[in-house]
Design a protein around this ligand. Structure first.
Ligand code: BES
Ligand code: ZN
Ligand code: ZN
Length: 493
């Protein structure tokens, strides 16, 4: 994280977070009478972000409850906090334009979530991926420190905020790395470093071990590559976990997706496919945050990793492969590779008798076409209560989830003439759902009953942005980290 979060205050630039009816009486050290009159008139006009250049410092007034004013009374509460995050982003951009090095968030709103949200917007809006610039100093943002002057965040709240933002920035770094650096082997090394830093276990299976386990999906996708695959098992097992059965997180770790022999066209398609590891990275970084904050929840992460390339020995359309659980799949399109590697991982998850399995994957362009970059597609077999809890987390952290229908009709579309399944439906319709249905097969036992409750998140849209969107920025967003962290910390009570 290029920015440091500290409790306390400095006498320099500040953001006063308050409510509409806030009495500025005691704040004469911060504003003179003219400024106060200006602020009052702006609030009267329903402005929620007021900027005053005091020559020696920049002052901002952020009105946390403006959306509950006359004009916008109907807005849901999560929209309010998202607007505050966006204000945080705007403030960070202004401060950097004026080369300001620090800012103090002054909490006068009695609204903990408002302080958290503005900080999220500041930190995530300040993120930069500069590793590959020759002259990093010239590109570096000036803003380096955020002071939080608040009584409402407990030390634990503060730590969680700091760590989850750090984890999100690490996730962005990993996804922004090109495959020339971030091979499957390198990704495993990064996971081991995370595990070492945060205190969770990381076991990396190499190609030999993957062969001996007969993970035929992962091996098939890897065949056209010169880089070996890895299968990563991450485990955060606190001493006294609140859950008896573990939560299992599965992440698609395609470090680069050329499409394989079913080669992708480049512009607007293959160009962004370093982001195809977004699910894997979200899982690992969420676990980093959980472990670093010592959240008492037992979590296991399963991450199959490889690139997908059309090399000499590449798997071909028409091949039949055998997965970890013995299921056979006729490969009709080598670009539908994510589901093949996830199949092995979802089948492997059964041995843990999970409380719940959540997989995250940049799985389908169809999902992007259905709901764009603003949300992830959600489907699965978990009960309504669990799905609703996850959706609520999605609204809280504003990584929204849209549930797709998941009727059995769609599974029919994935049956092959010569094998148990085929990897594409062959229809242009409902591609996100048929992909989900393919995965579902591997979450069931041979009697067709679910082996565990399961939720699939297709994050293809929000994982990586080609056009900057406020604090989500351009490039990797780190989507999934804050979502999983919020959901699983919620499980700790
Ligand atoms: N990694 C892609 C999906 C993707 C698309 C991610 C856009 C991020 C942005 C995936 O492996 C893929 O290629 N899916 C195919 C499936 C098709 C062949 C059934 C797709 O969506 O086109
Ligand atoms: Zn693909
Ligand atoms: Zn892919």
């Amino acid at each position: 994280m290029s920015i440091e979060l500290k409790k306390g205050k400095s006498e320099k630039d500040f953001i006063l977070v308050c409510k509409k009816n806030y009495k500025f009486r005691d704040k004469h050290s911060l504003f003179n009478n003219e400024e106060l009159a200006f602020i009052r008139s702006q609030i009267e006009q329903d402005k929620h972000l007021i900027e005053i250049n005091q020559y020696k410092r920049h002052a901002f007034v952020l009105v946390a409850d403006y959306m509950f004013g006359k004009k916008t009374a109907q807005k849901p509460v999560h929209d309010k906090y998202e607007a505050i995050r966006k204000s945080g982003n705007l403030i960070s951009k202004t401060l950097n334009r004026f080369k300001r090095e620090s800012v103090t968030v002054i909490d006068e709103a009695n609204d903990k979530q408002a302080i958290v949200s503005v900080t999220e917007g500041l930190v995530l809006g300040n993120y930069q991926f500069l590793k590959y610039f020759r002259e990093v100093e010239k590109k570096n943002n000036a803003l380096k420190t955020i002071f939080l002057d608040t009584r409402h965040l407990t030390p634990k709240d503060f730590e969680k905020l700091k760590v989850v933002l750090e984890a999100t920035c690490i996730a962005r770094n990993f996804v922004n790395e090109p495959v020339s650096y971030m091979t499957a082997t390198q990704l495993s090394k990064e996971f081991q470093k995370l595990g070492h830093d945060a205190g969770f276990a990381v076991e990396v299976y190499d190609k030999n071990k993957i062969e001996s386990l007969r993970m035929g999906g992962l091996l098939a996708v890897n065949k056209g590559s010169v880089e070996p695959p890895t299968f990563n098992i991450l485990e955060w097992k606190p001493k006294t976990p609140r859950n008896k059965k573990p939560f299992v997180l599965v992440g698609k770790g395609v470090v680069y997706d050329t499409g394989g022999l079913t080669l992708k066209p480049t512009p607007g398609s293959m160009d962004e496919m370093k982001s195809d590891k977004g699910g894997a990275v979200a899982v690992a970084c969420a676990m980093y945050a959980l472990a670093k904050c010592k959240i008492p929840i037992h979590v296991i992460g399963l991450i199959p990793a490889t690139d997908n390339r059309p090399g000499g020995d590449a798997y071909t359309p028409g091949d039949v492969i055998t997965h970890y659980d013995g299921t056979t799949t006729e490969v009709m399109n080598t670009d539908a590779e994510g589901r093949l590697i996830l199949a092995d991982a979802l089948a492997y998850a059964k041995q843990y008798r999970p409380e719940l399995v959540i997989d995250l994957a940049t799985l389908t362009g169809a999902c992007v076409r259905a709901i764009g970059m603003n949300a992830s597609g959600m489907m699965g077999t978990a009960d309504e209560k669990t799905k609703n809890e996850l959706k609520k987390s999605g609204l809280r952290v504003f990584e929204r989830l849209v549930e797709f229908p998941f009727w059995d009709d769609y599974a029919e579309m994935m049956k092959s003439d010569i094998a148990d399944l085929k990897n594409i439906s062959g229809s242009a319709n409902a591609g996100a759902i048929t992909a989900g249905k393919f995965l579902e097969h591997f979450t069931k036992n041979s009697d067709d009953q679910p082996a565990y409750p399961w939720i699939h998140l297709d994050i293809a849209g929000p994982a990586f942005l080609t056009v900057a969107d406020s604090y989500r920025g351009k490039g990797a967003t780190g989507v999934g980290v804050r979502l999983l962290f919020d959901f699983l910390t919620g499980k700790a009570g």
